[in-house]
Design a protein around this ligand. Sequence first.
Ligand SMILES: *[C@@H]1O[C@H](CO)[C@@H](O)[C@H](O)[C@H]1NC(C)=O
Ligand SMILES: *[C@@H]1O[C@H](CO)[C@@H](O)[C@H](O)[C@H]1NC(C)=O
Ligand SMILES: *[C@@H]1O[C@H](CO)[C@@H](O)[C@H](O)[C@H]1NC(C)=O
Ligand SMILES: *[C@@H]1O[C@H](CO)[C@@H](O)[C@H](O)[C@H]1NC(C)=O
Ligand SMILES: *[C@@H]1O[C@H](CO)[C@@H](O)[C@H](O)[C@H]1NC(C)=O
Ligand SMILES: *[C@@H]1O[C@H](CO)[C@@H](O)[C@H](O)[C@H]1NC(C)=O
Length: 910
Amino acid sequence: MQIYNMKRETQWIWFVLVLLFITHTISALDKPVAREMINNKPEFSGFISIDCGSEIDYLDSESGMWYESDNGYVERGSNHMVSWNVDLNFRYFGKQLNTLRCFPEGERNCYSLKPKEEQTKNSSKYLIRALFSYGNYDGINQAPCFDLYIGVNLAHKVNLSGYENGYWNAEIIHTAPSASTQTIDVCLVRSGPTIPCIASLELRPLNTSIYQTPPTDPQQLLILQLRIDVGTPPLPPPYDSDSFFRYKDDVYDRTWRHNLDGMKDWYSLDMKSVNFDNGSSDYKLPSQVLRTAVQTRNVSKPLQFDFDNVFFEPLDKPFEYFIYFHFAEIEQLPRGQKRVIDITLEFEPILSHPLVLEYLKPVTVSPQKTTRGFVSFNITATSESDAPPILNAFEIYKLITQLDSPTHTADVGAIVDIKSTYQISRLNWQGDPCVPKQYAWEGLICSFSATIPRITSLNLSSSKLMGQINMSFSHLTELEFLDLSLNELEGPLSEFLAELPNLKLLNVTGNKLSGKVPKALKEKADLQLSVDDNPDLCMDSCNKKNFVTPLVASLSALIVILFIALGFWIIKRRQKVMLSDSKKGESLTSKYRAFSYSEILNITENLKTVIGEGGFGKVYFGILQDNTQVAVKLLSSSSAQGYKEFRSEAQLLMIVHHRNLVSLIGYCDEGENKALIYEYMANGSLHQHLSVNNPNFLKWNERLIIAVDAARGLDYLHNGCKPPLIHRDLKPSNILLDQNMHSKIADFGLCRAFRSDTDSHISTLPAGTLGYVDPEFQRTGNSNKKSDIYSFGIILFELITGQHALSRTPEKNVHILEWVIPMVETGDVHNIVDPRLKEEFNINSAWKAVEIALSCISPATAERPDISQILAELKECLSLDIVQRHVKRTKTIFEFTSLRIDSEISPSAR
Ligand SMILES: *[C@@H]1O[C@H](CO)[C@@H](O)[C@H](O)[C@H]1NC(C)=O
Ligand SMILES: *[C@@H]1O[C@H](CO)[C@@H](O)[C@H](O)[C@H]1NC(C)=O
Ligand SMILES: *[C@@H]1O[C@H](CO)[C@@H](O)[C@H](O)[C@H]1NC(C)=O
Ligand SMILES: *[C@@H]1O[C@H](CO)[C@@H](O)[C@H](O)[C@H]1NC(C)=O
Ligand SMILES: *[C@@H]1O[C@H](CO)[C@@H](O)[C@H](O)[C@H]1NC(C)=O
Ligand SMILES: *[C@@H]1O[C@H](CO)[C@@H](O)[C@H](O)[C@H]1NC(C)=O
């Protein structure tokens, strides 16, 4: 008997252990390993980066940061993607801008950001950045207007009209009150008929020693109006809107806009050799920002800045602002000489002593002023100065003080506990419970008589509350009215409610409470107590009950419940995983439009214009009803091989989406008639542009931009997709150009997923196109990322030389490498570069391009670089070219007209 029991017991123990193990493994699988790796890097400590509307967490290759989906941060809203025909082609933030979360429900919707514990202890100052895009996601072409609140205070009135094809961003420095709840609510509040949407939200902890504001007020907001890296030229169009530094250059991830326009009697200094380390000042300005500056040509001339349009919102009354001037001496002045500067702001001197700049010692000066919207300042050199005045960078922030105080932290803590204990899901139970008054949580009444609002009444009547009366109610210490009537509360009527000093009414009518009403409650002065309709609750004497039976019963019930709950939990988790998968599938197919074959004939005017020919059929030009131009790829009925490619292409395009990959609009699947409908690429393929017959040959920088774009697309396939995708048929006819000459990769018919770098894909099918196929792949049949790199190298050589990969002579085909390599060996880059360019290119840039191309075609596949590295190098190539052209420009155009830096160029791009 005993042995048998033992066995039973051990079986149970094993069962529990196995269950525990399973649940543990399931939850471990949930945690993305990469995210841990990235977020544990010390430099990211405390960063929160959220891509609103994204279904997945991912590593953003441009910033090197881990962006999270917003699922855990916000309770409501729906996810959207910006329209296909809006191209948010930005170097930074492009990926985040493409997905949105919008809030059709409720007046106020809040993200709650919880900074890490150790951060909140040491620092209560944060940089919060919110990005907003619209991109006609709903197809009605009406940009939204709404309010942005940080905590309980209005920070911005957001108006996205004028930003339909770009984005608008807000950067706010928030100083949390020291005893605050350590949750920062960022709320979108409706201010009109349109639906608020947000694209991304970021939080960066700052050292409290910087961006100091008056200490009198515990709660303040600094709203960024302008932050300029003076002296760094903006990139030329179309990259001008990408022209800024952020992380990793800036450890706090501030965005520093470049600016040089509007110089008068000034010139810019760029001391490339100078390096500032992060410790050189508390503000930790990036070296790239500090090492550039403007300075006047004459010691006696001031640097004069006037702005009459710095502030975003209409100015109905004067307000305070802070301006932060950042100086650093970057020139090594001759011995004994010094640079001494003075500053006047609004025509008043602001320094008690002139500032003597020391070599490589950054200094920040931060006066506070009142304005009606106009900001003007002069930097002058004093009479002792041997060098003219300089300025390296500056920032202007609007200061908002005398803010509304949030609700008392104890009350917030208690009500949040109550909300989660009873899983109360009311539409407006988000953000601060009492403030602003018009958005106070439904069922609450607050008192605003003291500086800190308190909850005085809580009505949870008929709210489906289950379980016992929670301790948290007793933490609402100012509570006067508590209505818990008509719920399913069980257990005793707790004595702790009697400790609420001001409680005047307690209504628990219509619950399942049991036991005796505590004496303390019955005798509490001024308390009106309603306890009707609780069958097991007794006012005075209750029947004595056997205590043992309930105890045993409840213990065994507890065990049973535990197991059931565990089982349910596991099942639910599985369901959740499955659900989210099927949800994704749904949204994918529904996102793409299904066309009937007659529609296809209609939009292509009966297959009138052929614009290309792919592996499995012809490509036709078409126009949709809304005038969107499209390319229609029709599967020819004879092609069996084609059908496989066609299907693989359709499947892939439903998964991958990137601005440098040609995107799918819809499909047709009607028996024999199968078609894919793509965005139309107005400028055809790179192949057409490289043709010697093309009179409008590409300029050098256009070629580099095309290469950079294509590299980005390939980088996404190789490094942004899991598992990585190999294109296997990269060639200039698969690189298409849009109306702005941005390139996108097309033709994913041969694309294959593969598991890892070592485990390559072995294919029996021929893949690729003669001239572009990696010889290593031809030999072994192994294709991997490095085979794409080879093809990319050939394309680079074509871009450099303007020649096709194979040039046909009457006798035979000559491969580009056969004649390029010998020329490279003689070191004569001028003969390699397309002769049509004449000398219109930067020689260093050309050399670098040749070097990159050479590395790509290395016979030793292991030596071929990863596409991410190629991308970085190509960008450098582009910047070499830009710098060169910029120098030329500033040499010829010294005199700029008047200074015009307005809010247009910063901090919101376009
Ligand atoms: C916060 O301060 C404590 C000491 O007060 C220190 O031990 C800890 O390292 C600090 N944390 C951070 C992130 O700076
Ligand atoms: C938003 O801006 C547009 C253009 O600047 C203006 O016409 C419109 O009235 C603004 N909307 C609101 C609600 O302020
Ligand atoms: C913040 O700045 C102060 C003053 O420079 C410095 O002592 C402190 O270490 C800094 N704290 C952090 C967390 O970087
Ligand atoms: C600098 O300006 C002063 C006064 O305008 C003028 O007298 C002087 O010649 C200028 N010096 C140079 C080097 O241009
Ligand atoms: C509480 O709310 C219910 C309806 O939700 C209402 O009938 C009741 O009067 C309210 N109680 C108090 C004390 O205001
Ligand atoms: C208590 O709640 C019940 C049900 O909502 C209501 O009928 C009753 O009037 C309330 N009692 C008091 C004193 O407010």
